[in-house]
Design a protein around this ligand. Structure first.
Ligand code: ZN
Length: 352
């Protein structure tokens, strides 16, 4: 079967690999759609970040080349030995997070914080940019009937955004600001809508992304056009938003996110940082604000799927292109890196 594998930085290839089979405790999936994540782009352009190269990954024992793709949905084709409760034809979404259940984090149920954390589609085992995948049943979530496979491929990134909102002190009716309207920023806006936000500010430089944020109902502020965005937010909200979400990974924006919140407000850090980002801590203490980091997701896939069944996280609001697995490097990875109007590109070996 065909699979997209990461060999080295700037070297990813659609290779012919041995076809996946249903191992014990696993199912064989026909992958319908898999989304390209910002993490995949980082691994391609500047990696390895999470991909094991020198040392085998502690949970999979594998090193590169590894198959990529961790945002995917598919259909069960075969059931492995010892698997109960799943049937051929079941429509499923994969929660790709791997953890050690015996670790401190695993034991207390905070599996996203495990030191040995890995991802199916980055750390070995297989991936979603592939015709078929062998997936442990612990990673499967059943899809409601009215949720499409395309939407299924959005559950993983939506879970990142939704988890950030759940971990924050956000309450229905609150005013919020989302700094950065890339895929996770837009999905954060949608999560906040579902959670009952009042005013949602989206701060974003790209015109195309501004238009998408606006379509989702956010009040858009483009730093290229508006001076002193923080002052404007503080003015309009009588002191600042209740919660600000930082989704750019750009150092000066972290300070802006903090400064845009009110007294006792909260800044949520979603971005993963490659360098230190200096902040002025007085901004926290003089207004008794707090700053909270969030990582990946924990126990939220079912809630995201239920919201999708209710009509949230519509495919057209986030997906800008669908491409065939054979074209994934040029029309997928390169398009996302070069075309500013792209948000989320889905890939399929069967449907595109
Ligand atoms: Zn991802």
């Amino acid at each position: 079967m065909k699979a997209l594998r990461w060999h080295a930085q700037k070297d990813i290839r659609v290779d012919e690999v041995e076809e996946a089979t249903a191992k014990p405790g696993c199912v064989k999936l026909k992958v319908h759609w898999c989304g390209i994540c910002g993490t995949d782009l980082h691994e391609y352009e500047g990696g390895p970040v999470f991909i094991p190269t020198d040392k085998p990954h502690p949970l999979t024992g594998e090193t590169a080349p590894v198959t990529l793709g961790h945002e995917f949905a598919g259909e069960i084709l075969e059931i492995g030995e010892g698997v109960e409760g799943w049937n051929v034809g079941d429509r499923v979404v994969v929660e790709p997070l791997m953890f050690n259940p015996k670790s401190r984090a695993g034991r207390v149920g905070l599996y996203n914080l495990c030191d040995d954390m890995g991802l199916y589609g980055l750390s070995g085992m297989g991936g979603g940019f592939s015709e078929y995948a062998c997936v442990p049943v612990d990673m499967l979530h059943r899809m409601p009937e009215n949720v499409s496979y395309e939407q299924g491929a959005l559950v993983e990134p939506a879970a990142v955004a939704f988890h950030a909102v759940r971990r924050s002190r956000f309450k229905p009716g609150d005013n919020v600001a989302v700094f950065g309207a890339g895929p996770i920023g837009l999905l954060t806006i949608e999560s906040l809508k579902a959670a009952g936000a009042n005013k949602i500010y989206a701060i974003e430089l790209s015109e195309e992304r501004c238009a998408r944020a606006e379509k989702l109902g956010a009040t858009v502020l483009n730093p290229a056009k508006v001076d002193n965005i923080v002052d404007l937010i503080v003015e309009e909200t009588d002191g600042g938003v209740d919660v600000a979400f930082e989704v750019t990974g750009v150092a000066p924006v972290l300070q802006q996110a903090i400064d845009s919140t009110k007294m006792h407000g909260e800044a949520i850090v979603i971005s993963v940082w490659t360098k230190p980002a200096p902040i002025q801590p007085n901004a926290l203490l003089l207004k008794e604000r707090s700053m909270t980091g969030v990582f990946a997701y924990c126990n939220v896939f079912p809630a995201v799927l239920n919201l999708m069944a209710q009509g949230y996280f519509k495919v057209d609001d986030f997906v800008t292109d669908k491409v065939a697995l054979n074209d994934v490097v040029e029309k997928g990875f390169h398009a996302l890196l070069n075309e500013k109007d792209q948000v989320k590109i889905l890939v399929s070996a069967h449907n595109a």
